[in-house]
Design a protein around this ligand. Structure first.
Ligand SMILES: *Cc1c(COP(=O)(O)O)cnc(C)c1O
Length: 360
């Protein structure tokens, strides 16, 4: 199976005949209808909910779409080392694609704040892992500074080819649905992905592949909501570590996506995020990491506030939700979330049956 560069080459002008394609067959992730979750969210019945499960990418997050581009271009220019700041998933993708290309990777992480699965990926792929006493925004400033003065390729989403690769997720959604959705809900951290989706939808619309563009609905976490609050957050705080970012690099892109699409960017609490996280897993059998639950929680909030009440009842409509990363990245959170936990029981038929009373 080919990756996003081969599948969408004509729409990726940065790729030329001189570009070596470094791929792990990323993309082609499933778009899954979620009727039980739709009822949990409380959207009106004519609004169908679809989940774009980006956790099915090779390293378990959408970051692979941008990283196949960034590492391919880095190798084209002769780079021997790539570097990124990361809340975790960028480092997992950068280290995997660097390994695939046979070059080195360096990742700068906020100490003690990266989910275990992501850390394990960077280490096993052979990245040099540096943990700093600072947050993601501090790490990104340092990486930008170092890459500007040294022969190291920067592969954060401030590198414009990352956004180009990530826009292909919007292409896949339109290809799967036959048209663009009416709404697209997405978590927002550094804001590269909302920028990328909006670009993808616009390009497909301009190319005649879709009759409309969706309203972009972005969601940040309450303690890390600079785009909602209108100013930089110095100490961002949320259990959704992938969106724990106080000064988004693609700030302007996110605001443009919101305003040009007629959408919105709102914030949800950690409590709402955790409830939505559990609801996705329990209602649909899809295990996505906590940050992915922000748009699910956000849609629930919008539905409760009557945001969808003016949709015509006799016309089907669609909302797509990007589930950005896999739940196995952060197993600690899953175990902490389920209050009932594990029941210890004797290795005995009757003892086990006593635990199953409620099923009979
Ligand atoms: C990177 C990431 C985000 C945030 O995406 P941005 O492009 O930084 O807004 C959300 N969820 C997951 C799982 C991520 O890895």
């Amino acid at each position: 199976m080919s990756g996003i560069i081969e599948r969408y080459r004509p729409l990726l002008p940065d790729v030329t005949d001189a570009t070596p394609v470094i791929t792990l067959a990323e993309g082609s992730t499933p778009l899954i209808e979620a009727p039980r979750l739709a009822r949990w969210i409380g959207v009106p019945p004519q609004l169908r909910v679809f989940l774009k499960f980006e956790g099915m990418n090779p390293t378990g997050s959408f970051k692979d779409r941008g990283m196949t581009m960034a590492v391919s271009k880095a190798v084209e220019t002769g780079a021997k080392v790539v570097m990124c700041a990361s809340t975790g998933n960028t480092s997992a993708a950068a280290s995997a694609y660097a390994a695939r290309a046979g070059i080195a990777s360096v990742v700068l992480l906020p100490r003690g704040e990266v989910a275990l699965g992501k850390l394990s990926q960077a280490l096993i792929h052979g990245a040099q892992v540096l943990a700093i006493d600072g947050n993601f925004d501090d790490a990104l400033n340092l990486v930008r500074d170092i890459c500007a003065t040294h022969p190291i390729a920067l592969v954060n989403s401030v590198n414009p080819v990352r956004i180009e690769g990530q826009k292909t997720a919007a292409f896949e959604i339109v290809d799967a649905l036959g048209d663009a959705p009416h709404f697209h809900a997405i978590p927002v951290g550094n804001a590269g992905n909302i920028t990328a989706y909006w670009r993808g939808y616009q390009e497909y619309h301009a190319a005649g592949r879709a009759t409309r563009t969706p309203k972009m609905l972005g969601f940040q976490a309450f303690g890390a909501a600079p785009l909602v609050d209108g100013s930089r957050v110095h100490e961002p705080c949320t259990i959704a570590t992938a969106i724990r970012i106080g000064n988004p690099a693609s700030w302007k892109g996110a605001i443009a996506a919101r305003d040009q699409s007629g959408g919105l960017i709102h914030k949800v609490t950690d409590e709402q995020i955790v409830a939505a996280y559990a609801a996705v897993a329990a209602n649909e059998g899809i295990f996505a990491e906590p940050a992915c639950a922000a748009p699910v929680a956000g849609l629930k909030m919008l539905a409760e506030n009557g945001y969808f009440k003016d949709l015509p009842t006799d016309e089907p409509a669609t909302v797509t939700v990007t589930l950005t990363g896999h739940g196995l990245k952060d197993p600690d959170r899953a175990i902490k979330t389920v209050a009932s936990g594990i029941v210890e029981v004797a290795a005995q038929r009757d003892a086990i049956l006593r635990q199953l009373d409620r099923f009979f």
